[in-house]
Design a protein around this ligand. Sequence first.
Ligand code: SF4
Ligand code: SF4
Length: 438
Amino acid sequence: MNQIIFAIALLVTLGIFGFTTWRYVRLFMLTKPTFPVRDLGKRFGLMMKVAIGQTKMFRRPILGFIHALVFWGFLVILVGSIEMVIDGLFGLERSLNIFGWLYDFLMGTGDVFALIIAVAILVFLFRRIFLHVKRFEGIEMKHISHIDANVALTIIFLLMVSLLGMNATYVAKQTLLNAELHGIFPVGAILARIFSDMSMETIQIYHEISWWSHILLIFIFANLLPYSKHFHVFMSVPNVFLSRLEPLGKLTNMDSVTREVKLMMDPETAYAAAPADAPVERFGVLDAEDASWKNYLDSLACTECGRCTAVCPANITGKKLSPRKVMMDLRARMREKRDGLLKQGKEFTDGKSLVRDYISEEELWACTTCNACAQECPINIDHPKLIIDMRRYLVMEEGSAPGELKATFSNIENNGAPWQYSPDDRLVWAENLEMNKI
Ligand code: SF4
Ligand code: SF4
């Protein structure tokens, strides 16, 4: 009976998760292409260093270390979760113990990590609820953002409590039965003392409660994550793997513009390389579907930690721009348009757009493109790329730019330089210099 209930719960979980994933895949298919994913070895190294090694988190050593422990703990505990699925489906207990010492090691570390994570989550919750950390505030941090974070942290805490309960009751059970213990449980062994005076039936009930609550929480959490900021649990590692490998400040040329220039300079070769009937695309980004798949992946991976905004010179000096908000806005806009886009494709419009309805021109032009945000982001999110593409839309599609820039643009157009002088007058300033008289 237990196996049937478990199989149904697993099927429902996988069904909902599959449905959600398929919707995300279809949204990604509507976004624009960007750089090709090459250099897999280099990407793997970067992923190991930044995502698995959590190196960027250590810029704030204490909190970074606590976060890294939580992340590494999750990786180890994942093995136990896989075992629970196998056990649940086939009516087994501790089925992966066939791996001997490796199993002992993983169970032992997982048991200790469960306690560490539970304590770390309490620290995180205390900071969020009572300390009002400036980094967690901002116009983009609505009440729902805080609730979202606190709910996810609470579920993680309950996951760890149920895991410790499961380990403790398992140790108590095996001790009472004088049976072999599969795995090592340093924390579980201490907590097992709580159950030492209880009967076998009572311990078994506690064990069942812990086991089922742990696995059901995993199933619920897996389906809540795609709708939460904690989606970064799934998305951060692939996001780092798919980082742009070029130097941060390097601007990418727009393919459509490059094609036009090539056509002007060398029509025959350019026509051969790119057919003239290639679809005309919008320049830059006006709305969510104009963004590239990497921009969208960035927005889904964002943890809302605020490290980017905390170092943004525009934000620090009181401008409206917040790089975290840019990412959150793209995610929110895509969510708002999602149903329409999935039904009608790119043709769908609701009369709104990412630029202006979510992100104002004032915010976009406040960016200095210093790349401090991208440098600081612990999961290599590239905010300036999206900001520049939204500016490109404003300039190239609407001719909209601040007055100073418009003057610069027309100088470049007329004089071939950003200055307001004719190219013939460029050396006027040097006419009376001594060196010209020699
Ligand atoms: S973009 Fe990066 S640094 Fe900024 S809030 Fe999101 S995860 Fe944190
Ligand atoms: S690149 Fe722009 S958004 Fe990022 S830190 Fe610099 S000014 Fe802020």
